[in-house]
Write a protein that binds this ligand. Structure first.
Ligand SMILES: [Zn+2]
Ligand SMILES: [Zn+2]
Length: 259
């Protein structure tokens, strides 16, 4: 059984198709999914929690994406705290830093990240981190504030081995997405080879980032197997053992309980 630890089932691109998407995931051997809200308004988080509550194999992460960090005020944090009363909310995020797009100013992103770290610690949930072109700054902020007691994951990790070591030293899991299947991702594959067995996760980040050979199409959790196949090759791993390890890692980090 595979786990897609990061997808966006409430995304407008997938709207109205969630039941079929979850069914296709299960048929493809993807037993569990963590659906992340966070993009846009609090309504995305609400919709994500509703999807998780309606589907036993789906769990939710809620937060404010770094793109929208300028909207992450005290009222938004209070609304997230209220939503997190659902037992299907297993993580806070995705928060973090995106200095590539800079849809929100850096100061707002850093402030929102600190608020999310505090909220994750307060609610005793792990944190889901998005990081693009900001590895050193992110490591500095988490290093100063402290990783939440329940830990966290750097989702869609695309850095090199040095960045991987920095995040591992802070206590993070590293999650790899379909980029691992791209021709030009040699540095990510090298990083994926050095992550310890017990800190490794995979994800789709669907509907974005479809893996080869369907790159450019709408992605969905059923396709996480492509990233799994790439990881098997990169780590020269036994398929069954790697799948079991990845599922156990997801269950441990997100406290998913027994199946
Ligand atoms: Zn992200
Ligand atoms: Zn995402």
């Amino acid at each position: 059984m595979l786990v897609d630890t990061h997808c966006h089932l409430a995304d407008p691109k997938l709207r109205g198709e969630v039941d079929a998407i979850v069914a296709r995931a299960h048929a493809a051997g993807v037993g569990r999914m963590i659906s992340v809200g966070a993009i846009g308004t609090i309504e995305t988080d609400r919709a994500t929690v509703a999807i998780a509550e309606a589907n036993p194999g789906v769990f939710a992460a809620i937060g404010v994406h770094p793109h929208d960090a300028k909207d992450c005020d005290a009222a938004r944090i209070a609304a997230l705290r209220e939503l997190a009363r659902s037992p299907k909310v297993v993580a806070i995020g995705e928060s973090g830093l995106d200095f590539h797009y800079l849809h929100s100013p850096t100061a707002a992103q850093e402030d929102a990240l600190r608020r999310h770290l505090e909220l994750a610690a307060e609610l005793d949930r792990p944190i889901v981190i998005h990081c693009r072109n900001a590895e050193a700054r992110l490591a500095a902020i988490v290093g100063a504030a402290g990783i939440p007691p329940r830990g966290g994951v750097i989702h869609c990790f695309t850095g090199d081995s040095a960045a991987a070591r920095d995040f591992l030293a802070l206590g993070f899991y590293l999650s790899f997405a379909g980029i691992l299947t791209f021709k030009n991702a040699a540095a990510s594959r090298a990083a994926a080879a050095i992550v310890p067995n017990d800190r490794l996760l995979i994800e789709t980040d669907s509907p974005y980032l479809a893996p080869e050979p369907i790159r450019g199409r709408t992605n969905e959790p059923a396709f996480v197997g492509r990233t799994f196949d790439a990881l098997v090759r990169v780590r020269n791993a036994d398929r069954g053992a790697l799948a079991a390890m990845l599922a156990a890692n997801a269950a441990r980090l997100f406290h998913l309980g027994a199946e």
